[in-house]
Write a new protein. Structure first.
Length: 95
């Protein structure tokens, strides 16, 4: 009997779930509150980055986890590595 192989579909890029990010931070010895305070922000400042594009919050969280921000939030980054917010600002400046 021959097995028919079908090509695997490419998985769409999806962002990590906020609960997964929080769990990874806990495993790394951080909480969003502690990480915010460590960087001199108010206790809830980095929580914004979980649901809304925020370049600084993304960088601080990713650094605490030892990964690039694009790994956690692939939908927020263009293929060339630029953040969508930065790209939009650059396009607006050209106009």
């Amino acid at each position: 009997m021959t097995k028919i192989s079908t090509p695997k579909k490419a998985r769409p890029k999806t962002d990590w779930h906020p609960a997964d990010i929080k769990a990874a931070l806990e495993k790394a010895g951080w909480s969003l509150r502690k990480l915010s305070e460590h960087h001199g922000y108010s206790p809830g400042r980095l929580r914004v980055g979980l649901r809304t594009p925020d370049i600084k919050a993304e960088r601080f969280i990713a650094a605490a986890l030892g990964v690039e921000p694009e790994t956690i939030w692939p939908t927020r980054y263009l293929p060339d590595g630029r953040h969508v917010v930065d790209a939009a600002r650059q396009e607006a400046a050209k106009a």
